[in-house]
Design a protein around this ligand. Structure first.
Ligand SMILES: [Zn+2]
Length: 401
């Protein structure tokens, strides 16, 4: 009897060791996988984010900032991708922008992986893919992370029971001392990049990254910051631009220009009491127009069925087709009549929105010295043309170098 017990204990122990080894190798491989960014002649340089917070040196948050600079001086725009690494359109749109935008006037800074830590792991129990693969025009396969909503616990542990967000040492003439800039959130939100703005210089790695972004915008006098996201199709803030009150006018122009060309977006004012988010804190603590873009991602929603790379790329899910059939689509905030919502369409929406926001910013500031010109997108009709081509091609690989 004793011998039998010993044998089963050994078998269980061996299985546990094999399981831990296999998952450990997989975890470690993802942790160390570095995405290739193929820089073209449009990128005039890169620098590390630690230039704006030296406490990032040697941490996973010390990411590259890509500089797309025109011959002529002008305004400055910052594009953030990968804030939430389980929202691939935000990450991939930033990569398409940095590989494709031909800037002839002003500067576009792109950080495609602002939460690099979040890209290096997956959310437990969500069954999401680890990677996405795309084949480029000349047949190369490029691999990108599908990550987690939050920073990796390896970089920041343990989470507190409750996370008390604060604005740290930041002050701003735009924020009245009467305004409560603290917010109590659930403990895991301490690893949510988009709850940690304006950031703390020597805080957690997530807070340090946010601090560097805020400091970079103030130091470089950046005119507009755009943070690219995705959300569940059943979430109301979808296919939308969330705008700080100072950016509402230019966001409205973008919604009208794109709407005229059948690219429909909602506009959402940034709630003043919702602290820690880019569209609130970067608008309050810098002079930049602060905007956040959302597009519907079926691989992120709670109605979704089997979750794999195909779902992330095609957005095709019979569970969402069923959900859309109820009450004439009233359960969803995206048009799911085609039975899919592909990544190429979601990225096209983001790229078109960023291009149009730049055009609308030029109109809003009405100052040649602060305008930004992207040669691929001379006017709203050219943006629509690019959008239509990208949606029709339905192949993101064609837009990667
Ligand atoms: Zn998000």
């Amino acid at each position: 009897m004793k011998k039998k017990g010993l044998i089963s204990t050994c078998i269980i122990l061996c299985c546990a060791i094999v399981l831990a080894t296999v998952t450990g190798i997989s975890f470690n491989k993802k942790r160390n996988f570095v995405e290739d960014i193929v820089v073209g002649s449009n990128v005039k340089g890169t620098f590390k984010l630690d230039e704006y917070n030296e406490n990032l040196k040697g941490t996973i948050g010390d990411v590259d900032v890509y500089v797309l600079k025109g011959e002529e001086e002008g305004g400055k725009v910052l594009v953030l991708g990968g804030t939430h690494a389980n929202e691939p359109a935000g990450h991939m749109a930033a990569i398409v922008i940095l590989e494709q935008f031909q800037v002839s006037k002003g500067t576009v800074y792109v950080i495609p992986n602002i939460c690099q830590s979040g890209l290096t792991h997956n959310d437990p129990l969500e069954g999401t893919p680890q990677y996405l693969h795309f084949t480029t025009k000349n047949g190369d396969v490029r691999t990108f992370h599908f990550g987690s909503r939050a920073s990796n616990p390896i970089d920041q542990w343990p989470d507190p029971d409750t996370y008390l967000h604060t604005s740290g040492d930041w002050t701003s003439a735009k924020v009245s001392p009467d305004v409560n800039t603290t917010q109590t959130l659930s403990g895991s939100e301490v690893r949510n990049q988009n709850r940690c703005y304006p950031g703390i210089a020597d805080g957690t790695v997530t807070e340090r990254v946010s601090y560097a972004v805020t400091n970079m915008i103030n130091t470089l006098k950046i005119d507009m910051v755009i943070d690219l996201h995705e959300s569940s199709p059943e979430y109301a803030v979808n296919n939308a631009i969330v705008a700080h009150q100072d950016a509402l006018s230019l966001a409205s122009d973008t919604v009208l220009q794109l709407g005229d060309r059948d690219i429909l977006l909602r506009i959402e004012p940034s709630p003043a009491a919702l602290r820690g988010l880019t569209h609130r804190e970067l608008g309050d603590y810098t002079d930049a127009y602060a905007l956040l873009c959302e597009v519907g991602n079926p691989s992120q929603g709670r109605f979704r069925g089997y979750t794999d790379e195909a779902l992330a790329i095609t957005g095709k899910d019979p569970c969402y087709t069923d959900a859309y059939a109820i009450n004439g689509g009233a359960l969803l905030y995206v048009d799911y009549s085609s039975g899919d919502f592909p990544l190429s369409l979601r990225v096209a929406r983001h790229v078109a929105t960023v291009a149009q926001l730049i055009d609308s910013m030029n109109f809003e500031v009405d100052d040649e010295a602060r305008s930004v010109i992207v040669d691929n997108f001379p006017d709203p009709d050219a943006i629509k043309e690019f959008y239509d081509e990208m949606v029709a091609a339905d192949d993101l690989g064609l837009y990667l170098n």
